[in-house]
Design a protein around this ligand. Structure first.
Ligand SMILES: [Zn+2]
Length: 252
């Protein structure tokens, strides 16, 4: 033991175990005396220090028993692996975790910065896509309406068309979204606004994710489109469907 202790505003030591006991007997130090030894984060009251030393002796961690120890990549001190947090190849002690996480965050934002598209740009893209689908519906449903038997001359024939029309109304936007986002990462509306959909890590969106994202938009449309509005207040400009599908919309 190489212990330092505070005497007034002076740092004394290092002292060993025997010297410490002598000092305690002589009442030169007490439970409130601040002490420090190599490897400690900060100065501690002697009472706290003695208690923690005793705990270490009485309750050696499993890792110490099995010998699984690792070096903290921040403070370079040795800890039991069980007490550490893993980040890829690095291991960090509990005390260093906040600092390390902050560094990782900053490192990532410097390395692979995603340029999130703003709310109004995305809104513009949605309007354009809506217009394209509207035109498509017109082209498809106006002729269909002309050939469709009216309910007055044949109610049953008219009704038989209904499932087809309803199916198309859901299928057209779903296919539009899935195909364009899966193939190009962007619908024509997004292309026009020079934005695209990517996975949170910046990689392209698969067809299945694009399809899932389309249906997740239904949730975003609920309660007056609050799921869409969320993008305006999110630091990564995520809508509800972006959160559900782990996607981001970025500038090209
Ligand atoms: Zn550490």
């Amino acid at each position: 033991m190489n212990l330092y202790y505070a005497d007034g505003d002076q740092q004394m030591g290092p002292i060993g175990k025997a010297e410490l006991q002598t000092l305690i007997k002589a009442k030169k130090v007490n439970a409130k005396t601040l002490v420090w030894q190599d490897g400690m984060e900060s100065w501690q009251e002697l009472g706290v220090f003695v208690r923690s030393q005793r705990q270490k002796r009485e309750r050696p961690s499993q890792a110490a028993v099995s010998g699984a120890q690792a070096v903290c990549s921040e403070c370079r001190r040795v800890f039991a692996e069980e007490e550490m947090i893993r980040f890829n190849d690095a291991r960090v002690c509990a005390a260093c975790k906040p600092v390390f996480v902050q560094k990782v965050k900053e490192g990532v934002s410097v390395a692979g910065a995603l340029d999130y598209a703003g709310f109004w740009t995305r809104f513009g893209a949605v309007v354009i896509d809506g217009f394209i689908i509207w035109i498509f519906n017109m082209v498809l449903f106006v002729p269909l309406g002309i050939i469709m038997p009216t309910s007055t001359d044949d109610p049953f024939a008219a009704l038989s068309f209904m499932p087809l029309i309803m199916l198309l109304q859901y299928a057209i936007p779903a296919v539009y979204d899935t195909w364009f986002v899966g193939k190009y990462g962007a619908t024509p509306g997004k292309m026009a606004c020079k934005i695209k959909v990517v996975v949170a890590d910046g990689t392209p969106v698969s067809y299945s994710r694009a399809l899932g994202r389309h249906f997740a938009k239904w949730l975003s449309s609920l309660i007056m489109g609050i799921g869409f509005l969320m993008a305006a207040f999110d630091d990564e400009r995520r809508t509800l469907h972006d959160r559900i599908c782990e996607t981001r919309v970025v500038r090209k």
